[in-house]
Ligand binder design. Structure first.
Ligand SMILES: N[C@@H](CCC(=O)N[C@@H](CS)C(=O)NCC(=O)O)C(=O)O
Length: 221
Protein backbone atom coordinates (compact mmCIF):
# COMPACT_ATOMS: atom_id res chain seq x y z
CA UNK A 1 0.00 0.00 0.00
CA UNK A 2 1.26 3.47 -0.86
CA UNK A 3 1.82 6.07 1.84
CA UNK A 4 1.00 8.94 -0.49
CA UNK A 5 -1.82 11.22 0.63
CA UNK A 6 -5.02 10.17 -1.18
CA UNK A 7 -6.90 12.90 -3.05
CA UNK A 8 -10.55 12.32 -3.93
CA UNK A 9 -11.08 14.66 -6.84
CA UNK A 10 -12.26 15.35 -10.36
CA UNK A 11 -9.78 16.70 -12.92
CA UNK A 12 -12.06 19.46 -14.21
CA UNK A 13 -13.10 20.84 -10.79
CA UNK A 14 -11.44 24.20 -9.96
CA UNK A 15 -10.95 23.51 -6.21
CA UNK A 16 -9.47 20.10 -7.06
CA UNK A 17 -7.09 21.75 -9.51
CA UNK A 18 -6.00 24.13 -6.73
CA UNK A 19 -4.88 21.14 -4.69
CA UNK A 20 -3.05 19.60 -7.65
CA UNK A 21 -1.19 22.90 -8.15
CA UNK A 22 -0.29 23.13 -4.47
CA UNK A 23 0.91 19.52 -4.27
CA UNK A 24 3.06 20.11 -7.36
CA UNK A 25 4.51 23.33 -5.88
CA UNK A 26 5.41 21.38 -2.75
CA UNK A 27 6.70 18.34 -4.63
CA UNK A 28 4.14 16.09 -2.89
CA UNK A 29 2.93 13.06 -4.84
CA UNK A 30 -0.75 12.24 -4.44
CA UNK A 31 -2.66 9.02 -4.86
CA UNK A 32 -5.47 10.31 -7.11
CA UNK A 33 -8.98 8.79 -6.90
CA UNK A 34 -11.63 10.19 -9.22
CA UNK A 35 -15.09 10.93 -7.78
CA UNK A 36 -17.82 11.26 -10.40
CA UNK A 37 -20.11 14.00 -9.08
CA UNK A 38 -22.45 13.78 -12.07
CA UNK A 39 -23.03 10.10 -11.23
CA UNK A 40 -23.65 11.00 -7.57
CA UNK A 41 -20.58 9.25 -6.16
CA UNK A 42 -20.03 12.17 -3.75
CA UNK A 43 -23.27 11.20 -2.00
CA UNK A 44 -22.40 7.54 -1.47
CA UNK A 45 -22.45 6.32 2.13
CA UNK A 46 -18.71 5.77 1.97
CA UNK A 47 -17.94 9.28 0.72
CA UNK A 48 -20.32 10.95 3.19
CA UNK A 49 -18.32 9.34 6.00
CA UNK A 50 -15.27 11.18 4.68
CA UNK A 51 -17.02 14.48 4.01
CA UNK A 52 -20.59 15.01 5.21
CA UNK A 53 -20.68 18.26 3.18
CA UNK A 54 -20.24 16.01 0.08
CA UNK A 55 -17.83 18.28 -1.74
CA UNK A 56 -14.65 17.40 -3.54
CA UNK A 57 -11.72 17.65 -3.08
CA UNK A 58 -11.09 15.60 0.05
CA UNK A 59 -7.64 14.56 1.20
CA UNK A 60 -6.89 11.53 3.34
CA UNK A 61 -3.40 11.56 4.79
CA UNK A 62 -2.38 8.90 7.27
CA UNK A 63 -5.80 8.88 8.95
CA UNK A 64 -6.34 12.66 8.78
CA UNK A 65 -9.30 13.57 6.57
CA UNK A 66 -9.24 17.14 5.26
CA UNK A 67 -11.98 18.79 3.23
CA UNK A 68 -12.28 22.13 1.42
CA UNK A 69 -9.51 22.88 -1.06
CA UNK A 70 -8.26 25.92 0.86
CA UNK A 71 -7.93 23.91 4.06
CA UNK A 72 -6.28 21.06 2.15
CA UNK A 73 -3.73 23.45 0.61
CA UNK A 74 -2.98 24.99 4.04
CA UNK A 75 -2.64 21.51 5.53
CA UNK A 76 -0.30 20.30 2.79
CA UNK A 77 1.84 23.43 3.07
CA UNK A 78 1.97 23.17 6.87
CA UNK A 79 2.97 19.56 6.67
CA UNK A 80 5.20 19.38 3.60
CA UNK A 81 6.58 22.87 2.84
CA UNK A 82 9.87 22.41 4.66
CA UNK A 83 11.94 25.49 3.83
CA UNK A 84 9.38 26.90 1.34
CA UNK A 85 7.81 29.12 4.01
CA UNK A 86 6.44 31.74 1.57
CA UNK A 87 3.80 29.38 0.19
CA UNK A 88 2.00 29.56 3.54
CA UNK A 89 4.02 31.65 6.01
CA UNK A 90 4.24 30.55 9.63
CA UNK A 91 4.51 34.14 10.84
CA UNK A 92 0.99 35.15 11.98
CA UNK A 93 1.14 38.63 10.45
CA UNK A 94 2.15 37.29 7.04
CA UNK A 95 -0.20 34.31 7.21
CA UNK A 96 -3.30 36.46 7.75
CA UNK A 97 -2.72 38.10 4.36
CA UNK A 98 -2.62 34.71 2.64
CA UNK A 99 -5.68 33.61 4.63
CA UNK A 100 -7.61 36.73 3.61
CA UNK A 101 -6.86 35.99 -0.06
CA UNK A 102 -7.92 32.35 0.40
CA UNK A 103 -11.21 33.43 1.99
CA UNK A 104 -11.83 35.81 -0.91
CA UNK A 105 -11.47 32.91 -3.30
CA UNK A 106 -13.71 30.70 -1.17
CA UNK A 107 -16.36 33.31 -0.36
CA UNK A 108 -16.45 35.54 -3.43
CA UNK A 109 -14.74 34.11 -6.47
CA UNK A 110 -15.58 30.42 -6.57
CA UNK A 111 -19.30 30.81 -5.65
CA UNK A 112 -19.68 33.15 -8.65
CA UNK A 113 -17.98 30.66 -10.96
CA UNK A 114 -20.11 27.78 -9.76
CA UNK A 115 -23.22 29.90 -10.32
CA UNK A 116 -22.17 30.15 -13.97
CA UNK A 117 -21.14 26.56 -14.67
CA UNK A 118 -23.16 24.29 -12.37
CA UNK A 119 -26.65 25.10 -13.71
CA UNK A 120 -25.34 24.21 -17.17
CA UNK A 121 -23.68 20.94 -16.17
CA UNK A 122 -26.22 19.67 -13.67
CA UNK A 123 -29.59 21.33 -14.32
CA UNK A 124 -29.92 21.52 -18.10
CA UNK A 125 -29.60 25.31 -18.31
CA UNK A 126 -28.33 26.35 -21.75
CA UNK A 127 -27.46 30.02 -21.31
CA UNK A 128 -25.28 32.00 -18.94
CA UNK A 129 -27.30 35.05 -17.85
CA UNK A 130 -25.49 38.35 -18.45
CA UNK A 131 -25.88 39.47 -14.83
CA UNK A 132 -23.86 36.46 -13.64
CA UNK A 133 -21.06 37.38 -16.02
CA UNK A 134 -21.09 40.99 -14.79
CA UNK A 135 -21.21 39.84 -11.16
CA UNK A 136 -18.19 37.59 -11.78
CA UNK A 137 -16.30 40.46 -13.39
CA UNK A 138 -17.01 42.73 -10.40
CA UNK A 139 -15.02 40.35 -8.21
CA UNK A 140 -11.90 40.89 -10.37
CA UNK A 141 -11.60 44.36 -8.87
CA UNK A 142 -10.63 43.04 -5.44
CA UNK A 143 -7.84 40.98 -7.02
CA UNK A 144 -6.56 43.95 -9.02
CA UNK A 145 -6.20 45.93 -5.78
CA UNK A 146 -4.45 43.04 -4.01
CA UNK A 147 -1.90 43.02 -6.81
CA UNK A 148 -0.85 46.65 -6.15
CA UNK A 149 1.52 45.45 -3.45
CA UNK A 150 3.48 42.90 -5.46
CA UNK A 151 3.51 40.37 -8.29
CA UNK A 152 1.45 37.91 -6.25
CA UNK A 153 -1.81 38.18 -4.33
CA UNK A 154 -0.19 38.30 -0.90
CA UNK A 155 2.81 40.41 -1.92
CA UNK A 156 6.16 39.64 -3.49
CA UNK A 157 6.06 35.85 -3.29
CA UNK A 158 3.95 33.03 -4.63
CA UNK A 159 1.61 31.58 -2.00
CA UNK A 160 -1.14 28.98 -1.86
CA UNK A 161 -3.58 31.90 -2.31
CA UNK A 162 -2.28 32.35 -5.86
CA UNK A 163 -2.59 28.63 -6.56
CA UNK A 164 -6.17 28.44 -5.28
CA UNK A 165 -7.21 31.66 -6.98
CA UNK A 166 -5.72 30.83 -10.37
CA UNK A 167 -7.76 27.63 -10.59
CA UNK A 168 -10.90 29.73 -10.07
CA UNK A 169 -9.96 32.80 -12.12
CA UNK A 170 -8.74 30.83 -15.15
CA UNK A 171 -12.16 29.15 -15.18
CA UNK A 172 -14.03 32.41 -14.63
CA UNK A 173 -12.13 34.12 -17.45
CA UNK A 174 -13.41 31.60 -19.98
CA UNK A 175 -16.97 32.83 -19.39
CA UNK A 176 -16.47 36.33 -17.95
CA UNK A 177 -13.46 37.77 -19.81
CA UNK A 178 -10.93 39.87 -17.91
CA UNK A 179 -10.71 43.32 -19.49
CA UNK A 180 -6.96 44.03 -19.57
CA UNK A 181 -7.55 47.79 -19.68
CA UNK A 182 -9.59 47.66 -16.47
CA UNK A 183 -7.52 44.94 -14.80
CA UNK A 184 -3.94 45.15 -16.14
CA UNK A 185 -2.30 43.68 -13.03
CA UNK A 186 -4.71 40.75 -12.93
CA UNK A 187 -4.07 40.10 -16.63
CA UNK A 188 -0.30 40.06 -16.02
CA UNK A 189 -0.69 37.89 -12.92
CA UNK A 190 -2.64 35.30 -14.88
CA UNK A 191 0.08 35.21 -17.55
CA UNK A 192 2.71 34.87 -14.79
CA UNK A 193 0.83 31.97 -13.22
CA UNK A 194 0.53 30.23 -16.61
CA UNK A 195 4.35 30.11 -16.73
CA UNK A 196 4.59 27.86 -13.67
CA UNK A 197 6.16 24.58 -14.82
CA UNK A 198 3.31 22.49 -13.37
CA UNK A 199 0.48 24.82 -14.56
CA UNK A 200 -0.37 22.90 -17.73
CA UNK A 201 -0.70 19.45 -16.21
CA UNK A 202 -2.29 20.59 -12.93
CA UNK A 203 -4.65 23.29 -14.20
CA UNK A 204 -4.80 23.83 -17.95
CA UNK A 205 -5.84 20.29 -18.88
CA UNK A 206 -8.72 20.09 -16.38
CA UNK A 207 -9.73 23.66 -17.20
CA UNK A 208 -10.08 22.79 -20.88
CA UNK A 209 -12.18 19.74 -19.99
CA UNK A 210 -14.56 21.92 -17.97
CA UNK A 211 -14.77 24.76 -20.47
CA UNK A 212 -15.36 22.41 -23.40
CA UNK A 213 -18.04 20.56 -21.47
CA UNK A 214 -19.91 23.73 -20.48
CA UNK A 215 -19.53 25.50 -23.84
CA UNK A 216 -20.75 22.35 -25.59
CA UNK A 217 -23.96 22.48 -23.53
CA UNK A 218 -24.65 26.17 -24.14
CA UNK A 219 -27.03 27.19 -26.91
CA UNK A 220 -25.59 29.73 -29.38
CA UNK A 221 -27.54 32.96 -29.30
N1 LIG B 1 -15.23 25.49 -0.91
C1 LIG B 1 -15.12 24.13 -1.43
C2 LIG B 1 -15.97 23.98 -2.67
C3 LIG B 1 -15.89 22.57 -3.23
C4 LIG B 1 -16.99 22.29 -4.24
O1 LIG B 1 -18.06 22.92 -4.23
N2 LIG B 1 -16.75 21.31 -5.12
C5 LIG B 1 -17.77 20.92 -6.08
C6 LIG B 1 -17.10 20.39 -7.34
S1 LIG B 1 -16.23 21.68 -8.16
C7 LIG B 1 -18.59 19.81 -5.47
O2 LIG B 1 -18.08 18.98 -4.77
N3 LIG B 1 -19.91 19.80 -5.74
C8 LIG B 1 -20.78 18.80 -5.24
C9 LIG B 1 -21.65 19.25 -4.11
O3 LIG B 1 -21.55 20.44 -3.71
O4 LIG B 1 -22.46 18.45 -3.63
C10 LIG B 1 -13.66 23.82 -1.73
O5 LIG B 1 -12.90 24.76 -1.97
O6 LIG B 1 -13.27 22.65 -1.67
Amino acid sequence: MSNKPVLYYAPRSPPCRAVLLTAAALGVELDLRVVNVKAGEHKSEEFLKLNPQHTIPVLEDNGAVVSDSHVICSYLADKYAGQQDALYPKDAAKRRVVDARLYYDCGHLFPRVRFIVEPVIYFGVTIVPEDRIVYMQKAYDGLEHCLSSGDYLAGAELSIADLCTVATVSTAAAFAPIDSALYPKLTQWLKRMEQLPYYKSCNQEGLEMLVNLVKGLLVEH
